[in-house]
Design a protein. Structure first.
Length: 191
């Protein structure tokens, strides 16, 4: 493995370990050391775009409040360069813990829940310049028994019929976690 890719992977591993152990101070320190001063973080809707300096406060602090015993469990972590020579580290796995407080308007269940993630970190000069992350929040909604799906009449579609919400194109920085609309409970149905 190329030395720079190995170094980048080790830098991300430090973040993964801090998140695995839910060491809040360590997460803040690692993010401070890891992110460049002008890093841009792009999360899937409704989280949107967040400046790197706000990543802990806007993303991780609310997550820790909702999942007070959360663990990050990585399934895979890879590194390499893209066709333009940019250095990337990609991770996939789950955030797992007891869902004890509402998160993004999704009501807490008091039970173990998970958020599947795919996170990609672009490095330059040893610092993360960009984060692109997809968190499977629709799955968390399904675990909580709520669904605010597009064009589904409020019902959860079978997983093979999941659709991309046509409103996603409007997911911008202003659509941060403070602008999420409350979810409506899914009616119990028998099919």
């Amino acid at each position: 493995m190329n030395d720079k890719h190995h170094r980048n992977k080790l830098a991300i591993r430090a973040l993964c370990q801090a998140l695995y152990h839910l060491d809040k101070k360590r997460v803040q320190q690692v993010l401070s050391d890891l992110l460049s001063s002008n890093a841009n973080c792009h999360f899937s809707c409704p989280l949107g775009d967040i400046a790197g300096a706000e990543l802990y406060n806007q993303i991780f602090a609310p997550l820790f409040s909702a999942f007070p015993d959360m663990e990050r469990r990585d399934v895979i972590c890879i590194s390499g360069s893209d066709q333009d020579g940019a250095e990337w580290v990609g991770c996939a796995g789950h955030y797992v813990g007891r869902f004890m407080a509402p998160y993004l308007g999704i009501p807490a269940t008091g039970h173990i829940a998970h958020i599947r993630f795919h996170e990609f970190f672009r490095f330059s000069d040893g610092k993360v310049q960009e984060v692109q992350a997809i968190w499977d929040l629709p799955e968390l909604m399904l675990q909580a028994g709520v669904w605010q799906g597009c064009n589904t009449g409020g019902q959860s579609p079978p997983s093979h019929q999941m659709q991309v919400c046509p409103h996603q194109q409007n997911c911008t920085k202003s659509n941060s976690i403070t602008n999420v609309h409350p979810m409506q409970p899914v009616a119990n149905t028998t099919d």
